[in-house]
Design a protein around this ligand. Structure first.
Ligand code: NAD
Ligand code: WQD
Length: 340
């Protein structure tokens, strides 16, 4: 019999791509999502792509009664935990929402897991926990830094509470996956990132400029010590990211303690290189203006992906062109996201 995996936040951007990868690999999937930042249409599309359906439960990770019922009625063997809020600017304005959803929500989830005897957990962490590293590329054994906003602090707090939890009970087997900058969409063009309102992240912003929804990109700072003065990041295709989750899930089975892996490509690109690559892939102009730096931004950030390669047997295989053409396919086929 195949294993059943609980995917919290599975209707969202990364969760929907990972749900698809799980279904394609033969897992049964239960998605728990409160839809605060997603549409159930994403899961319909997942079913269209692979011909298999995840079971969808609309609900909240902070709802202990619901979680207890869920674990009692499904034979869950592990949890992939994506649910949470992720907008950096909003986290400054509404810190309590971030601590409640991301930190308290994770506590409630872990309590329900322990109660049900489910001890295998894969957590969506972020490269933001490294703060402002002085050396590139970033390795997992670098010290965690001081995140510059409540969102980043909420991720670091969950990492630390999961470390404490694993020290208290050896049955826990936990993976902390530190994502670099997830971009792209499934090659079918049927699922992708569907941000609410004006996008905060670079690639969704660029693609909405290319489609004509936004007038021009603001490039935040061109005076960094980088190749062309603009910020450099390690962009990783969401399908590669999804594959990394499957590898982590399998690798920590029967294990004990906390394992940490960077999920990145090891390659950095500047904002202007991203603009150029997107123009090439889409055939559309992406007008931009240079504006001052965005507070809290670092100059550059890219991963050393060697540990994931050695221990998970996983490597990102999709390059910049594929990230751009898949983003464009999704954006041009779904100009209003899942709304139409
Ligand atoms: P997303 O917003 O598309 O997905 C998160 C999902 O969780 C949404 O479907 C939302 O409705 C759901 N959700 C939020 N709070 C919930 C709650 N209390 N109960 C139940 N469901 C809830 O975001 P994403 O980009 O897919 O990110 C997934 C995870 O990865 C998040 O934890 C995020 O912090 C982390 N992450 C994202 C990035 C990124 O750039 N996208 C980078 C690093 C880490
Ligand atoms: C990338 C580059 C910007 C928008 C954030 C979070 C991080 C993680 C991923 C969740 C930077 C520049 C951007 C724009 C621009 N999220 N930029 N104009 O800041 O690396 O990471 O998302 O965990 O925690 O902090 O990603 O896409 O916002 O920015 O010039 O309109 O693009 O300055 O150099 P970032 P991003």
């Amino acid at each position: 019999m195949s294993e059943t995996i609980l995917v919290t936040g599975g209707a969202g951007y990364i969760g929907s791509h990972t749900t698809l990868a799980l279904l394609e690999a033969g897992y049964e999937v239960v998605v728990l999502d409160n839809l605060c930042n997603s549409s159930p249409e994403s899961l319909q599309r997942v079913a269209r792509i692979c011909g298999k359906q995840a079971e969808f439960i609309q609900g909240d990770i902070r709802d202990r009664v619901l979680l207890d019922e869920l674990f009692a009625s499904k034979n869950i063997s592990a949890v992939l935990h994506f649910a949470g809020l992720k907008a950096v600017g909003e986290s400054v304005a509404k810190p309590l929402s971030y601590y409640e959803n991301n930190v308290a929500g994770s506590v409630t989830l872990c309590q329900a897991m322990a109660h049900a005897g489910v001890y295998r957990l894969v957590f969506s962490s972020s490269a933001t926990v490294y703060g402002e590293p002085t050396q590139m590329p970033i390795r997992e054994d670098f010290p965690t830094g001081i995140p510059t906003n409540p969102y980043g602090r909420s991720k670091l707090m969950v990492e630390e509470l999961l470390q404490d939890l694993a020290r208290s009970e050896p049955r826990w087997s936990i993976a902390l996956l530190r994502y670099f900058n997830p971009v792209g969409a499934h090659t079918s063009g049927l699922i992708g990132e569907d941000p609410n309102g004006i996008p905060n992240n670079l690639l969704p912003y660029i693609s909405q400029v290319a489609i004509g929804k936004l007038k021009q990109l603001s490039v935040f700072g061109n005076d960094y010590a980088t190749v062309d003065g603009t910020g450099v990041r390690d962009y990783i295709h969401v399908q590669d990211l999804a594959d990394g989750h499957l590898k982590a899930l399998q690798t920590i089975a029967g294990d004990s303690g906390v394992k940490i892996w960077n999920l990145g490509t090891g390659q950095g690109y500047s904002v202007l290189q991203m603009v150029q690559a997107f123009e090439k892939a889409s055939g559309q102009p992406v007008p931009y203006q240079l504006v001052p730096r965005r507070p809290g931004d670092i100059a550059e950030c890219w991963a050393d992906p060697a540990k994931a390669a050695a221990e998970l047997g996983w490597k990102a295989t999709r390059g910049l062109e594929e990230m751009m053409s898949d983003t464009w396919r999704w954006q041009s086929a779904n100009p209003q996201g899942y709304a139409h």
